[in-house]
Write a protein that binds this ligand. Structure first.
Ligand code: IPM
Ligand code: MG
Length: 370
């Protein structure tokens, strides 16, 4: 079987540090498990802008299109605040999403027992929480045309963003949500604003129709997006899979992330359509950003990046066992009380990014007897 081709894009800020820990795990897997990965690494974000004049070069985009999966760190920082929009660090992320057609963004929000106390909500509300947000990622107001700011008089300007969705765009992401729900607790909550938005109404109708035709065995509820935000902090365990559009997904996934107490713990996957040969483009990235304030100090939590790698093993390479092994190693490290600063309380000894990566490898060795 051919090697698994991965493109590594560490990006800016803490991106490099957290990615280094994943590379250690990859090395360990290659040595002990006779799995081999074919890895290329390139610049992205502000770092790429500084060195290559754009936040993602055409060559890098070409490599991204060619590999089996992209592993993405984080981009952005105030240093690039004044760069024109098309070249800003975030533009690289949007281009990757669009050009790879990564329409289905999977954002799990899971509260591990060891961290239930870290949430800002009462422990009983979040203990055992396991939600999956499925966010549409390549359409909606992020990409709709027309958009722009135009001057309409000496003193007035007008800004336009366009929220647009088509039947097929809604349908394909809804299928992903229903299929995943079947493997979980079998419930989909579809969030939109059909009470005020045309796209919300179409969204609701398409989801209803698809449900009736193909997924009657899955429980479906429609929920207005504002109510969904409220319910997420009132009683989050009522949810299993939340299906929603690009903009609402951006907001709801940050809310869900914070329920877990640490953004530094959450991975994500962005998947393209399944091609004829059964493969699909995919990108995996932690939900946290580049955290420039702590960059270069070995303080960042590498676990979200490591768990993103675990998602890659599962969704891109069908390596369920190895994926679970990495997840289990992370859980065990936490059960032993090891914490980076973001998830520590006064009882914990705080360890560095590197020490956390090493601790995960130690656990991997113990779990696999290697
Ligand atoms: C996210 C981020 C991005 C988004 C930004 C960095 C463009 O907030 O992935 O949630 O808005 O989608
Ligand atoms: Mg966001």
């Amino acid at each position: 079987m051919s090697n698994k081709k991965i493109l590594i894009l560490p990006g800016d800020g803490i991106g490099n540090e957290v990615m280094s820990e994943v590379l250690k795990i990859i090395n360990w897997m290659e040595k002990t498990k006779s799995i081999s990965f074919d890895i290329s690494e390139r610049l992205v974000g502000g770092t790429a802008y500084d060195k290559e004049g754009d936040s993602i070069s055409d060559e890098t985009m070409q490599v991204a299109l060619d590999v089996d999966a992209v592993l993405f760190g984080a981009v952005g920082g105030s240093r690039w605040d004044n760069v024109e929009r098309e070249k800003r660090p975030e533009a690289a992320l949007l281009r990757l999403r669009k050009d790879l057609d990564l329409f289905a963004n999977l954002r799990p929000a899971v509260v591990l027992d060891a961290l239930a106390e870290a949430s800002s909500l009462k422990t009983h509300l979040v203990k055992g929480l396991d939600i999956l947000i499925v966010r549409e990622l390549t359409s909606g107001v992020y990409f709709g045309q027309p958009r722009g700011i135009s001057k309409i008089s000496e003193t007035e300007s007008k800004a336009i963003d366009t929220q647009v969705y088509s039947t097929s765009e809604i349908k394909r992401v809804s299928k992903v949500a229903f299929d995943l729900a079947k493997l979980r607790s079998n419930k989909v909550s579809s969030a939109e604003k059909s009470n005020v938005m045309e796209t919300g109404l179409l969204w609701r109708n398409v989801v209803t129709d698809l449900h009736e035709k193909e997924y009657t065995s899955v429980d479906l509820e429609h929920i207005l997006a504002d109510n969904c935000a409220m319910q997420l902090v009132r009683n989050p365990k009522q949810f299993d899979v939340i299906l929603t559009d690009n903009l609402f997904g951006d907001l709801l996934s940050d809310t869900a992330a914070m329920l877990t107490g640490s953004l530094g713990m959450l991975p994500s996957a962005s998947l393209g359509p399944v091609k004829e040969n059964g493969t699909r483009a995919a990108m995996y990235e932690p939900v946290h950003g580049s955290a420039p304030d702590i960059a270069g100090q070995s303080k960042a939590n590498p676990l979200a990046m490591i768990l993103s790698f675990a998602m890659m093993l599962k969704y891109s390479f069908n390596m369920q066992e190895d994926s679970q092994l990495v997840e289990k190693a992370v859980q065990n490290v936490l059960l032993k009380g090891l914490r980076t600063a973001d998830i520590a309380d006064s009882a914990n000894k705080i360890i560095s990014t590197k020490e956390m990566g090493d601790a995960v490898i130690e656990e991997l060795k113990i779990l696999s007897g290697n």
